[in-house]
Design a protein around this ligand. Structure first.
Ligand SMILES: Cc1cc2nc3c(=O)[nH]c(=O)nc-3n(C[C@H](O)[C@H](O)[C@H](O)COP(=O)(O)OP(=O)(O)OC[C@H]3O[C@@H](n4cnc5c(N)ncnc54)[C@H](O)[C@@H]3O)c2cc1C
Length: 473
């Protein structure tokens, strides 16, 4: 633990996956660094997001995979052991204990101060610990704000008063609620509806818009919608929630089309920046908003301040926060050595992939993997493009993978430069396929060269060949 007043080269506010990586890169670059953490070292991903949500989903996915193979299906004679799945989930969160991550921090040569940190003017952070004592930390080089995001509560009458679940309760619950109403059809809503329906809840999913997974190719949302309904989830599209109240043990959610009752309600309507109470006003910035950053994650006009990960609102994914942390960490180290940092695309100091090639996987059934631009985004950017689509189920590798495999691959091709702008895969087991698309986009591999990247037979990757054939026409 740090002394009452101390100076470091770099102060990192928030020890989530992003903050840990900024501090690590700084220390590896020869700087001293301190992490300030108010809750658990490791942040949202380890305890209330990626890890527990994927552990909740994995059992059902494994069962579905076995049931989709004639012969193997015969061995699935029972139901999922829900208690064991929940116990496995809990083991991934280390029972919400961060001692192993604290050990890693110490081993990496990073100091840790527990408490709530607030900026108190230029390069200064005051940390208040749970017992009320305060420590003042000063940075020689940089302060990196990595305080992440939290569930956004929509301004719906009565909603905050019904003690709704957020993603935290949805990923840490110890029993399946009998009936669960989910508000929001983005990736958190779709994943949690999938998980809890298959762990025994009756789920109602209310989505305001006309489809699920907005922002992705419409075919992805359509496939997940069909699958959720087939599993028994009551999905209502165009459902604008207007109010919520408790009626005894029940929670009642109102829409223009009627009332929906459940034992719990999960609000999954997006994220808000955790910047309300971190002293941004002391350095002339607006509290509560996402922090604007340049390509090196530096806050414009405040050269000692960086905002990295969910808190800048760019791409709210663990791997993108860690990527930003590597880039920002490298920029901090270089600038501390007096070097100029190159802000051109793909330089080691900038987060170009935020704009051009951020991959994401939605772990629903089917999985959805997407990287780069969708057709709608390419059109909006005014890029000359063509969309090619192929039914993954027609590929031999997919047919072997699962009986009756259904899935779709969509490629958005820049018709002027003849390179890929974006790729989306929808289907079982496609998550591991996505990195091939990420490499093709980041490498700006010409379509003519992709013909020489030969996929193995019989694998699902053969869909690459079919996409090329479809593009050639
Ligand atoms: C349900 C769910 C599932 C998800 N699944 C995935 C997934 O499968 N894959 C994926 O890539 N992403 C996923 N995400 C997104 C991912 O969780 C986030 O992008 C990631 O956790 C962001 O990391 P971060 O370090 O920027 O912020 P956080 O993990 O939120 O860390 C911020 C840290 O700062 C601390 N903090 C905040 N304010 C202060 C303060 N004033 N003083 C001290 N400490 C402070 C917090 O306690 C926290 O530990 C999921 C998100 C949700 C909600």
């Amino acid at each position: 633990m740090a002394d009452a007043e101390k100076t470091y080269d770099v102060i990192v506010l928030g020890a989530g996956s992003t903050g840990e990586n900024v501090a690590d890169i700084a220390v590896r670059g020869g700087l001293s660094a301190v992490l300030v953490e108010a809750e658990l070292v490791g942040g949202e991903c380890s305890y209330w997001a990626c890890m527990p949500s994927k552990a909740l989903l994995r059992g059902s996915e494994a069962l579905a995979a076995a049931r989709a193979v004639q012969g193997a299906a015969a061995a699935v004679t029972g139901e999922q052991d829900v208690a064991a799945t929940l116990a496995r989930r809990t083991s991934f969160t280390s029972d919400w204990n961060d001692s192993s991550q604290v050990e890693w921090v110490q081993g990496a040569g990073i100091d840790l101060v527990r408490g709530t940190g607030r900026l108190a003017g230029e390069k200064c952070v005051v940390v208040t610990s749970v017992d009320g004592t305060e420590q003042t930390l000063t940075a020689r080089q940089a302060v990196a704000v990595c305080t992440g995001s939290m569930a956004k509560m929509p301004p719906v009458e009565g909603l905050a008063d019904v003690r709704p679940w957020t993603s935290r309760e949805a990923t840490s619950a110890t029993t399946a609620p009998g009936r669960l109403v989910v508000i929001g059809g983005g990736y958190v809503g779709c994943e949690m509806a999938t998980a809890w329906q298959q762990l025994g809840s009756q789920v109602i999913l209310l989505q305001r818009g006309g489809g699920l997974l907005p922002g992705l190719e419409p075919a992805a949302g359509d496939a997940v919608l069909a699958s959720l309904r087939e599993m028994g989830v009551d999905v209502r599209l165009g459902a604008d929630v207007t109010g919520a109240r408790r009626d005894g043990d029940e929670v009642v959610v109102s829409t223009a089309d009627g009332e929906f009752r459940g034992d719990e309600v999960l609000v999954a309507t997006g994220r808000a920046a955790r910047t309300e109470d971190i002293g941004l006003d002391t350095v002339g910035l607006e509290p509560g908003a996402y922090l604007d950053v340049d390509e090196s994650l530096q806050v414009p006009g405040t050269p000692w301040l960086y905002a990295v990960g969910d808190v800048n609102g760019r791409k709210q994914l663990t791997h993108m926060g860690k990527y930003q942390a590597r880039q920002a960490g490298a920029a901090i180290v270089a600038r501390a050595r007096g070097a100029q940092v190159d802000l051109a695309d793909w330089s080691p100091f900038v987060a170009t992939a935020d704009r051009l090639a951020a991959p994401s996987v939605v772990f629903t059934e089917p999985q959805v993997g997407a990287v780069g631009r969708t057709a709608a985004q390419a059109a909006e950017a005014g890029l000359p493009h063509r969309v090619v689509q192929y039914d993954i189920g027609s590929v031999a590798g997919a047919a072997v993978f699962a009986d009756g495999y259904t899935g779709t691959a969509i490629a958005v091709v820049d018709t002027e430069r003849e390179v890929l702008l974006g790729v989306t895969f929808v289907g079982a087991g496609i998550a591991e396929l996505l990195h091939s698309a990420t490499i093709a986009i980041v490498g700006e591999v010409p379509i003519s060269r992709l013909w020489h990247a030969v996929p193995s037979y019989p694998t699902i990757s053969e869909v690459w060949l079919r996409l090329l054939e479809t593009y050639r026409g």
